[in-house]
Design a protein around this ligand. Structure first.
Ligand SMILES: *Cc1c(COP(=O)(O)O)cnc(C)c1O
Length: 359
C-alpha cells in the first residue's frame, strides 16, 4: 500500500534534538513523526496510511476506547547495527502478536506487511533520533484503539492504528542492578479465560495498584501469582520469568493464556537450548521458589522483556518475609544471556536464527 507523506511544518532543530537525545531516559523524548492508518468497516477496512508530523489526535468524547477500552499495543526497538544502518529484532513476531491481541479484543487484524511497513518507514524517517550512547535505541510503540463514537457495548466499526517512536537510553541507569520484587497477595494480573495473553492497556491499568503496593514495600516491581490457586508464579507486570537451577535445568512458566507470550522469552528459550540447557515450560510455585533459593538449588531468577532485556531478580518479598536468590547480585546466566541478546540485536553476535532485520 502506498503511504501518503505529509511534510512536517517545523521539524525539531538539530541542536535541540541532539540535546534531547543526549540522555533521553525512557518514554518522554518523542520524535517528530507518526504513522496513522484509519480503519472503517463501512469504507472497506484499512484506509491509506499516512506518515506525517506527530500531533494530537482529535477524538470524539463518545469514542468507544474511552468507555470500554478496546485498545492494544506493541513494544519493540530499533538498534544501531555494527555493519551500518539500523536493525529491528524479530519485528514479524510483534506483528503476529499484535494480531493475536486484536483477535482477543474483537478488533480488526492489520495485514502484517502493513504493520511492518509502518514500522520501517517511521524508523527510517526519524533515524536521526537514535541516541548515540551505550544502550541507546529507538523504542517503537505501535498501537490501535476504537475511535467510533458509540456508547453501545459491541465491537467498534472504526479504529486508528498509530506508530510513534521515542529515543530511549539505558533502561537501568548506572548499569544492571538486581531488582527486588513484591509478591502480590490481594491482586492478580490475569485469570484463565481473561485477557492476560493480549497486550492490552487494561491489563496494565489493573496492575498499577499492586505495583504501587510493591513500591510502598520498598520493592521495584510486583510479581503475580495465578488467579485460581494463588500458588504458581506467573510474571512481573511487564516481564517474563526464568528460574535457573543448579542441576542445569531452566524453568519458565508455560503459556496457558494468563501469561503474555514475550518475544524476549521465546528468544531466551531458543538461546538456552543452543547453549545446551534443558528448558522446561512448566509451572513453578512460590513455595518451590523460596525453598530452592534457600537450599541453593536455585542459582538465579531472570526477568526479561524488550524494555529491560534481561534483568536479575535479587530479592523476593511478601508478608511472609524475604528471601534472596544466589548472591543477590547479577548472576552468570543473566550476564551471559544479556550480553548475547544485546550483541545479536546490534549485529555483534552471529544471527543464526534470522532474527535481525536490517533497514
Ligand atoms: C510486553 C510484555 C512482556 C514482554 O514481552 P517482550 O516481547 O519480551 O517485550 C511480558 N509481560 C507482559 C505483561 C507484557 O506486556
Amino acid at each position: 500500500m502506498e503511504f501518503t507523506h505529509v511534510p512536517h511544518p517545523s521539524p525539531t532543530p538539530d541542536d535541540v534534538r541532539e540535546a534531547r537525545i543526549a540522555d533521553p531516559g525512557f518514554g518522554t523524548v518523542f520524535t517528530d513523526h507518526m504513522v496513522t492508518i484509519d480503519y472503517d468497516e463501512a469504507r472497506g477496512g484499512w484506509q491509506t496510511p499516512v506518515l506525517g508530523p506527530r500531533e494530537a489526535i482529535p477524538l470524539d468524547p463518545a469514542a468507544s476506547v474511552l468507555h470500554y477500552a478496546q485498545e492494544i499495543f506493541e513494544g519493540m526497538k530499533a538498534f544501531t547495527h555494527a555493519e551500518g544502518g539500523l536493525a529491528l529484532f524479530r519485528p514479524e513476531a510483534n506483528a503476529a502478536r499484535f494480531n493475536a491481541s486484536a483477535r482477543r479484543m474483537a478488533m480488526p487484524e492489520i495485514p502484517e506487511e502493513l504493520f511492518l511497513a509502518s514500522v520501517r518507514k517511521i524508523v527510517l524517517k526519524d533515524a536521526a533520533w537514535m541516541p548515540q550512547i551505550e544502550g541507546g535505541s529507538l523504542y517503537i510503540r505501535p498501537f490501535m484503539f476504537a475511535s467510533e463514537a458509540f456508547l453501545g457495548v459491541r465491537p467498534a466499526k472504526q479504529y486508528k492504528f498509530v506508530v510513534i517512536l521515542c529515543s530511549s537510553g539505558n533502561y537501568f541507569k548506572g548499569g544492571v542492578n538486581p531488582v527486588k520484587i513484591w509478591v502480590s497477595q490481594d491482586y492478580v494480573r490475569a485469570a484463565p479465560g481473561g485477557t492476560g495473553a493480549a497486550k492490552t492497556g487494561g491489563n496494565y491499568a489493573a496492575s498499577l495498584v499492586p505495583q504501587a503496593e510493591a513500591i510502598a514495600h520498598g520493592c521495584d516491581q510486583v510479581v503475580f501469582l495465578d488467579a485460581v490457586e494463588r500458588k504458581w508464579v506467573e510474571e512481573l507486570g511487564g516481564m517474563n520469568l526464568f528460574f535457573v537451577r543448579a542441576d542445569g535445568s531452566v524453568i519458565t512458566p508455560p503459556l496457558t493464556g494468563t501469561i503474555l507470550p514475550g518475544i524476549t522469552r521465546d528468544s531466551l528459550i531458543a538461546m538456552l537450548h543452543e547453549e545446551g540447557y534443558e528448558v522446561r515450560e512448566e509451572p513453578y510455585s512460590i513455595a518451590q521458589w523460596r525453598e530452592e533459593a534457600e537450599s541453593g538449588d536455585l542459582l538465579e531468577t531472570l526477568a526479561c522483556g524488550t524494555a529491560a532485556v534481561v534483568t536479575p531478580v535479587g530479592t523476593v518479598a511478601s508478608p511472609a518475609g524475604e528471601f534472596s536468590i544466589g548472591s543477590g547480585g547479577i548472576g552468570q546466566m543473566a550476564q551471559k544471556m544479556r550480553e548475547k541478546l544485546v550483541g545479536l540485536q546490534h549485529g555483534k553476535v552471529e544471527d543464526t536464527h534470522g532474527w535481525v532485520t536490517r533497514i
